[in-house]
Design a protein around this ligand. Structure first.
Ligand code: MG
Ligand code: MG
Length: 256
């Protein structure tokens, strides 16, 4: 599983290096798909319940499950890229939101808070805790402390031989509620946080989820194994963050 999860981070980094104004989301998808196939893996999302592409690419007000296509990236856009790979019988699944060029400070703040909330949730991944402890920590930080909207319709999940396994991992909930965390469980934790209202609507392509108020949304996702000690993050943002710093077309510092 760790191999699959690490490969997702490398596929992200391949995309992160090429992101710039003027390219299409289809081009981003194609680079990622080729990278996955070249590394002896298959894209988990392609044909999953009929999803037609290797990657989910969700721009600006799109929350998740966006289609790659003719959209041309421009300065000030944010692009959420969700990638899954299947290798040696196991899936890896990780999402990251990139900022193209000069992004507004309030959007940078949304990215920073969403990414921070992921690690705040991960810190609760300990034997004896419950799913609700993760959910509650993410909700408290994003909704109560920062005034953002936590999407209710979409949640994180268990991960392994299948892309989506029990238990569900909502980004909202009560402390001490839900299934108990047990050593060896792997959870895909993925806050989907809206700058405005928590409500979403759907495009008629049957997949793309948008914010109802059309304000931006951010998405970061790690795969995390429950151990007797500290949470073991199987996926990695290290190569993504290196690529962000290397690529002058990306804003990587969210110091706002
Ligand atoms: Mg994902
Ligand atoms: Mg996921």
């Amino acid at each position: 599983m760790r191999q699959s999860c690490l490969l997702v981070g490398k596929a992200h980094a391949a995309a992160a290096l090429m992101l710039k104004p003027g390219i299409t989301t289809q081009q981003v998808n194609d680079v990622v798909e080729e990278f996955i196939l070249d590394h002896g893996a298959t894209p988990s999302f392609k044909n999953y319940h009929g999803f037609p592409y290797a990657t989910c690419i969700s721009m600006n007000e799109a929350v998740v499950h966006g289609f790659p296509g003719k959209h041309v990236l421009k300065d000030g856009d944010i692009i959420s890229l969700d990638i899954g790979v299947y290798k040696n019988g196991f899936h890896g699944d990780s999402a990251y939101t990139y900022a193209i060029g000069n992004v507004d400070d309030d959007i940078k703040r949304l990215l920073r808070v969403t990414k921070e909330s992921l690690y705040i949730g991960i810190d609760k991944v300990r034997t004896g805790n419950r799913i609700g402890d993760i959910s509650n920590a993410i909700q408290e930080y994003t909704e109560k402390k920062n005034g953002y909207g936590v999407v209710r319709e979409l949640v994180g999940h268990g991960l392994g031989r299948s892309l989506h396994e029990d238990p569900q991992v909502p980004n909202y909930g009560k402390k001490g509620s839900g299934p108990k965390l047990k050593e060896g469980m792997v959870l895909a934790i993925e806050p989907m946080i809206n700058m405005g209202v928590k409500e979403v609507s759907h495009l008629d392509d049957g997949w793309t989820v948008l914010t109802k108020d059309r304000k931006p949304s951010a998405h970061f996702e790690h795969d995390v194994c429950v151990t007797k000690g500290d949470p073991d993050i199987l996926s990695s943002f290290t190569e993504i963050e290196e690529a962000e710093k290397k690529n002058a077309n990306l804003t990587w510092s969210y110091g706002v």
